[in-house]
Write a protein that binds this ligand. Sequence first.
Ligand code: FPP
Length: 224
Amino acid sequence: MNPLKHVAIIMDGNGRWGLKYKNSRNAGHRAGLNTVEKIIKETIKNNIKFLTLYAFSTENWKRPKKEINFLFNLLENFLKDKIEELNKQKIKLKIIGKKNFSSKLNNLLNLSEKKTSKNKRLQINLALNYGSKTELIFAFKELAKNKESINEKNLKKYLQTKDIPDPDILIRTGNTKRLSNFLLWQVAYSEIFFEKKLWPDFNEKDYYKIIKKYMSIKRNFGKI
Ligand code: FPP
């Protein structure tokens, strides 16, 4: 059995799902949030300690303002409604990415992180305004500024995932095979699963199937 500490997910396909079933991309984002809740429950059930969810990339700012506003409203309402429950379930919320949103949202994010900071059952890293290239450039700049030698150990100190293990599993839904600037350094040895289903259609069973498949893989990390 492979140890399974960290699952990272690119939750792709909301827009297409929304257009297909409700004639609205935003309806797909709303439906995607239900999947988020299901997957959190299944993650806890499987005793996985870290779940990283790609919710908004540095490139997503290129979307229409209306869709961006919808997404952040959805997030704001989700946190307002659910942060107590997440806290009760001993979930720690951490934002990765640059928090440069409205002061209202920044405050809510900071508060949610602070409130849940001591929890140990599951850490959810929510990637918001996150881009792996930006993260890496920042890390290299820090190394140069501090005149530190460039090696893996030193670099990791400046990554937003510095305190946690690299993902064992990376899942991308939505029938597209790309990494979209997500955790490029951290997924060097992750097992990658590309899933045909759109994110709102992805469910606990699909997730569990991936976990089981992962368990059966012989991970070599370059050895034989
Ligand atoms: C990608 O699908 C999805 C996003 C950019 C947003 C992800 C957001 C959610 C799952 C719901 C909100 C989550 C939280 C935590 C509030 P896409 O829109 O690129 O889909 P497409 O490829 O079909 O266009």
